[in-house]
Structure formats: C-alpha cells, structure tokens
Write a protein that binds this ligand. Sequence first.
Ligand code: GUN
Length: 290
Amino acid sequence: MTAEIINGNLLAQDLRVDIAARAAKLTEQGVTPGLAVILVGDSAASMVYVMNKEKASKAMGIHSVLERYDADFSETALLERIQALNEDPAIHGILVQLPLPPHIDTHKVIAAIKPEKDVDCFNVINAGLLMTGRPQIRPCTPYGVMKMLESIDYPITGAHAVIVGASNIVGKPMAMMLLQAGATITICNSKTRDLAYHTRLADILIAATGQRNIIKADMIKPGAVVIDVGVERDENGKLWSDVDFPNVKEVAGYISPVPGGVGPMTITMLLVNTIEAAEKKLQEKLQAEK
Ligand code: GUN
C-alpha cells in the first residue's frame, strides 16, 4: 500500500483564492487588512519564516509590515512596540516570531498583544477560549492540519488521534481542536515510555517533535493518516522532518510531505486569521455607523 499524499501546496493555493477575494472586498470597503510581524535577533530560520509570511501576505493584498530588531533589543522597547501596534488602526494582526532571545520574557510579550490582534492564537485568553470550545481565533498550524484532514474527508469523530509533541504552539492546541471535533486523544511527550505502543494505536498521527525521523514505518497502524509537522534544516541545508517519509508512506493511508505539507498551510491560516480580524473590525465600524 502506498499512501495518498496530502498536498499542502495545492490546498493552500485553493484557500488563497478566497483569501485574496476577501482582502480585496475589505479594501473596497475601506479596511485594508494589515499584519505586523516582529522579529528580534538574527536567526536564519526565523528570518526565512517571517520573509515567507510577509511575501504571502503581500501577494494576497494584505498590508504587511516587518519590524526587525537586533538580538539585544530590550523587553521594554518590544512591549512599547506592541502597545503602539495594538493602538494602530491599520494593523489587524500582530505576530511576534518565536523563539525570542533569552533576556525577553516570552509569556509577557505574548500577553501584551491585544487578544483580537493575536493572529497566532498564543495569548492565554485565546488559548482559554479554544480550550473551552469558544475559539475567537484558531492557532495557525493546528488550524491548517484540520483543513488538511477536512480535505480528505477523514471521519474524525470517534477516531483515535495520537499527537507526538506537547508544545503550546502545536501539540496542546492540536489536541483541543481534534477533541472538539470528536476524536479520542493521546498526547505523547519526550518522557513517554513506549512511544511506538501509542503511535501504533493512531488512526490519525500528528508528529510535532522537531526530532529527525522519529516516526518510523513500524510505528504506524496500516492505513493511518500521518501528518508531519516537524521541520528542520541542518548545517548543510538539508531539510529534515519528524517522519521517515519514504518508508512510512508504504504503510500509511494518507501522509503529508515536507516540504509542501503543513508549512504552506500554517502561513495560509495566518492569512485567514488576519482577514477574519479585519472583517470583525469592519463589522464593528459598520455597527457603530448605524
Ligand atoms: N516560531 C515557530 N513557529 C511559529 C509560529 O507559528 N508563530 C510564531 N510567532 N513563531 C513561531
């Protein structure tokens, strides 16, 4: 059996047609959607991510601002920038690229972003709303994975989803979204005793560890859906991910590749979140004018 590929590039392309149309409509109505991305430090990987986000936003007609600061930028100065962007009516989404340098308190920075502009959905208010089943904004990577599962019409209700990795960015919100959709959830972490025991039970396996090829073919239930979130470029420029793709694809029913899987979907859902934040602002403006 060779798995069907879940093509994130194609899916993202489809979604971006709708995003561009919604951005154009907003602009016509006097609210050009605006996204501010802040990068502190000179990590090459983070630079690539933010450049991709900026390029994709601009291509959709989203007003995009990239603010870059040196690694020694102070926490106070960063909080001041966030405050200014919170008050800026041209900006509907604020994204602070993580990780931040160690002298900056990440939780404090995320908490400073106005919840309605928190297009990453990292703020505790948005995370709490997601957890209690009333999301206002959905976190980009798990949201993109849900769209990938939707694209193959996979029956999530009653399925056993195993998530490997318990980060605040992917693992935990992914679990909440799949739980909300009716799946039974297992979350594995770096201390999990027999990882393969758990992964072999998965109808849906989400790998988000950042550990190269941690998921092997003998850890997969035949026919399972395997979504590879982990991605890393080594010192020679070679791209690695969590899933041993060539072997796992011979056992799985569906599999997402790297590159061309979750990556383009994460960026696409960031654009969706920015558009939705701008649409809410427009609704508020129209309501106020009534
Ligand atoms: N660093 C790695 N992934 C992400 C992401 O989705 N958003 C932000 N802000 N930083 C990240």
